[in-house]
Write a protein that binds this ligand. Sequence first.
Ligand code: DX5
Ligand code: ZN
Length: 226
Amino acid sequence: MMIIAGIEVAPSILNADFAELRSEVAKVATADWLHLDIMDGHFVPNLSFGPAVAKALRAHSDLPFEAHLMVENPEVYITPFKEAGVSRVLVHPEGTVHLHRLVQQIKTAGLEAGVALNPATPLNTIELVLPELAIVLVMTVNPGFGGQKLIRGVLPKIQQLRQRVNEAGLNCRIGVDGGINNTTAPEVIAAGADFIVAGTHIFRNQEDPAQVIAALKQLGTAKIAD
Ligand code: DX5
Ligand code: ZN
């Protein structure tokens, strides 16, 4: 049995109704974090939104915000997102030459640091910085778009990361991002994830977002009772 400290849920607003963002954000007030997918059209083949939108939403939610930077030159955006009121910044090692320096920059700015790993990026990439991180986000899709299908070949990476984090006694969340739904959430939790990002499943569902969030958190409770 693997005991984990409960599941945290972070709705991604990428697939929310952008014309109604204030009310969309209000629907997920029972979540743990708000996940902001920042895309620059270079690191990923899509554009989303920037710090101005994060700042505008900041006044309408009590959740901590995390900015998932799918951008080139992420160094440039740490201060703008801090000023916009985010609490945590997640960066991709594939987007920077100096990952260690970037993690230090985020922490020096007084923010929590996280790293997101593309499906084809191995765990070894973050070995040096792992003790510094509040979260590692294992991408279960190739980033760029919501509504994609989870890549099951990534599941062993979640298991290996869980083992490393537990063995080292690190206080680091293991997140998953991409293609999470009723079928895949139990699979990633069984693999060791304790932080779930979900966009389509929360915002494009017949069910009430609060119910979907409660059901995801319940999966973690079931696992503890296993
Ligand atoms: C992928 C993003 C996401 C993702 C989540 O590029 O990082 O956070 O869109 O959306 P769903 O849950 O629809 O896969
Ligand atoms: Zn994301």
